[in-house]
Ligand binder design. Structure first.
Ligand code: SF4
Ligand code: SF4
Length: 461
């Protein structure tokens, strides 16, 4: 979802003037005793509310600001507090929090990351009586490892559709499903760190209520998908967390002087997990590093190769090429494409792949001429890479709409995202994600290819 959206905007209802991608059925009650004849020019004076479920909504920014029920009906802090107060005997709370949210909250409270982490764990333990509190790196390591495994496997198939698209950003997945079904076959079917973390937490104990603190509202939609339901019970954003503490009259500073971070991590880590590993991160972008981790993994099986980074005209496009240091041959490639505008360009370029036979001949000729200089860093060409990390938010997840970055001024907002991005790569210790982490339980989801005959008027994409 667009980062300009916030829960605070969700205060009106869908205007019939904004046509949703979900066909709107404006059912009017027939007045009693009416004949079948239509009365021309007679319109209802009041616009009617349109009912759209979480699973219908694309979060396309068309009217998400107007659909209060969509986001707040099933996934908000009030729902969490009510569920918590109704826990039955034996029910336990597990909380997961993404690294982007930890950095955003630490920045908001003006605390170092370690001090914030300790206070957050203390708050969840002492006030909310959480049994487990975890970072999302275990889920992410599995998500990256499965992505790499799946990419290597698909490259050997005849029907391999290049480029493969990362499907961990629900904003992009929903957009593809609802308005660009031709992209769906390109989507990888590997679940996101949020969902895998949920599956891990509930693997041996279904009596767990899983609250996830995530950087955007789209994550609520992801948690509500039919094929992932049950892994995450409620998603709240850092903004909602602050509102919740205010409503509960809780001061975050009251939880600063608890046990040490190490003690809390030890105590709140699920049995069998390494207490440090789920709090770290991995190399690559602050949106998960999926693109970089793919070429890094390919490099492991290509000794003597090097990774070249090619920056785009804007900071939201980047390409990684793995090249043979001797021959200069490109062995693998991936890219990062963030923000709606760049995604639109990408979609246009992918659509351009459907050329006439004449064009195909010319393109092949040009491609073969180009191979000689393939390794030379020029402009990123995401549509030609093996794999693309696509993120709906400009700047990626470090600029998610649920983070505490409500700067009205765009320049200051970007500066804050850049600051958090730098902290992400310098403050979080990094772990390796290799295929040895691929588990026998495959964490798959199914993107849905819907028909194209849907109403798209009012769609801002
Ligand atoms: S217009 Fe877009 S954001 Fe609004 S309800 Fe429809 S899909 Fe969701
Ligand atoms: S880029 Fe990240 S924060 Fe933004 S919508 Fe996608 S998953 Fe959410």
């Amino acid at each position: 979802m667009s980062s300009i959206l916030s829960e605070a905007d969700l205060n009106d209802f869908i205007s019939p003037g904004l046509a949703c991608i979900k066909p709107v059925q404006n059912e009017q009650k027939r007045p009693e005793n009416s004949e079948d004849a239509l009365v021309v020019g007679k319109e209802p004076s009041e616009p009617q509310k349109v009912s759209i479920s979480l699973q219908d909504c694309l979060a396309c920014a068309g009217c998400i600001t107007s659909s209060e029920e969509i986001l707040l009906g099933r996934q908000n802090h009030k729902v969490f507090l009510e569920a918590k107060s109704n826990f039955t005997a034996g029910m336990s709370l597990a909380v997961s929090i993404s690294p982007q949210c930890r950095l955003s909250l630490a920045n908001f409270y003006d605390l170092s990351l370690d001090v914030f982490d300790a206070a957050f764990l203390n708050l969840m333990l002492c006030y909310f009586e959480a049994r487990y509190v975890v970072g999302t790196q275990m889920g992410r390591t599995l998500s990256i490892s499965e992505t790499n495994y799946e990419l290597s496997r698909r490259k050997t198939l005849d029907k391999y559709k290049k480029p493969q698209l990362c499907a961990v950003c629900p904003g992009f997945v929903l957009y593809s499903e609802k308005t660009k079904p031709e992209l769906v076959p390109h989507l990888l079917d590997v679940k996101s760190p949020q969902q895998i973390t949920g599956a891990l937490l509930k693997a041996n104990n279904q009596n767990i209520y899983h609250l996830a603190v995530m950087p955007c509202f789209d994550k609520k939609l992801e948690a509500s998908r039919a094929d992932t339901e049950g892994e995450v019970d409620c998603v709240i954003t850092p903004r909602e967390m602050i509102s919740m503490l205010q409503e509960l009259n809780l001061a975050f500073s009251d939880f600063l002087n608890g046990p040490s971070l190490q003690d809390l991590q030890q105590r709140l880590t699920p049995e069998g997990w390494n207490p440090r590993l789920h709090w770290v991160s991995n190399s690559g972008s602050s949106s998960g590093g999926f693109a970089f981790q793919y070429v890094l993994n390919e490099q492991r099986s290509n000794p003597g190769s090097e990774i070249i980074q090619i920056m785009g005209k804007n900071a939201d496009i980047r390409e990684y090429r793995l090249v043979d240091s001797t021959s200069g041959q490109v062995l693998a490639s991936s890219s990062e494409v963030y923000g709606f505008r760049n995604i639109q360009n990408l979609v246009r370029k992918l659509g351009g792949a459907r050329r006439t036979s004449r064009n195909i001949v010319i393109t092949r000729k040009r491609a073969s001429e180009k191979n000689a200089s393939d390794s030379k860093p020029t402009e990123p060409e995401p549509a030609r890479t093996d794999f693309i990390e696509v993120m709906a938010c400009p700047g990626g997840c470090i600029n998610g709409g649920g983070l505490l970055n409500e700067e009205a001024n765009t320049t200051r907002r970007r500066a804050l995202a850049k600051k958090l991005d730098t902290q992400y790569s310098t403050l979080l210790p990094q772990t390796e994600c290799s295929e040895e982490f691929v588990s026998s339980n495959r964490y798959k989801f199914s993107a849905i290819q819907k028909s194209t005959d849907v109403v798209t008027v009012g769609n801002t994409w």
